[in-house]
Design a protein around this ligand. Structure first.
Ligand code: OGA
Ligand code: MN
Length: 280
């Protein structure tokens, strides 16, 4: 297997250099990528310039792909199951969901099915300003807590709902949306114990209240933990170049995008791998 792996920062990220053909066709490459993903949280493949078909081929080698039933209207992707991320109103008629990516989050945490295992993005077109995607290692954030904090947080539960993240970007509350978001609210442990035995913090913009704690105390705790997790040593900021391909472990990292303009032309092609671990 001809594949080079190089750490980006001590706590997060690896650059992988491998030929396109090997990435899409070699099972040992895919297997090694999954191992590195688990250890390092983020994989960066510089300037791979994958076609949609190649990205899907690699996606399928990593796991079971998520089927997108409602693609972004006007998408320029030429394959089903490839989702186009764009703020351009000509491409995306529902920019709210993309604006929500400006805040630290995990994908699919309020869903009934296990959160996606990994998300894969190819940069088709980059923004001249902003648009960096940032990642924070939530395993490292947990490991870095003091013994007393680990003990204190062990039994804490937190509610997560889409309204908690959407109120950050909504000028006026839409009652219908709030009702819907609250109806799908999920209670999750603050500390996620994975099948591997490793533990990570489960927080993000979708975290709303700490169960059994006064509202202000709970939200202050969640804000403090988010600040802790987003400290430079646990994070990596990816400065995109056209054709870059980045994969992240959605269950062991948080991510967000530095704001970019709707007119910037920034376009990402996304595929997603189904989760294997329910979080209760
Ligand atoms: C996402 C997301 C990041 C980006 O697709 O879930 O958060 O860089 N996107 O656009
Ligand atoms: Mn996301």
């Amino acid at each position: 297997m001809n594949m080079e792996v190089e750490a980006i920062k001590p706590h997060i990220g690896s650059v992988i250099r491998v030929a396109r053909k090997a990435l899409c066709e070699d099972d040992t490459v895919a297997q090694r990528c999954l191992e590195v993903l688990e250890e390092r949280g983020v994989l960066v493949f510089p300037r791979m310039h994958l076609t949609d078909a190649e990205q899907l081929a690699f996606t399928d080698r990593l796991g079971k792909r998520v089927s997108y039933t409602d693609k972004a209207p006007g998408t320029d992707a030429d394959q089903a199951d490839v989702y186009t991320i764009s703020l351009d109103p000509k491409i995306n008629k529902q920019p709210e969901y993309v604006l929500g990516t400006f805040f630290w989050h995990m994908d699919g945490i309020t869903s009934d099915i296990p959160p996606p295992r990994a998300t894969l993005l190819t940069a088709r077109s980059v923004a001249p300003k902003g648009g960096q995607t940032q990642f924070a290692n939530t395993y490292a954030a947990y490991d870095g807590l003091s013994t007393a904090e680990k003990h204190e947080y062990a039994a804490i539960r937190v509610t997560h709902n889409a309204y908690a993240s959407m109120r950050l970007i909504m000028e006026n509350e839409n009652e219908e949306f709030v009702r819907h978001a609250r109806a799908f609210e999920k209670e999750r442990p603050l500390v996620w114990t994975h099948r591997s035995g490793r533990k990570s913090l489960l927080i993000g913009s979708h975290a709303d209240r700490v169960v059994g704690m006064p509202l202000a105390h709970g939200r202050a705790l969640l804000a403090r933990l988010l600040e802790w997790t987003a400290q430079p040593s646990f994070t990596y900021s990816h400065e995109w170049q056209e054709g870059d391909f980045v994969v992240w472990d959605n269950c062991g990292t948080l991510h967000r995008v530095i704001p970019y303009d709707a007119q910037s032309g920034r376009t990402m092609h996304r595929t997603t791998i189904e989760g294997l671990e329910a979080v209760n």
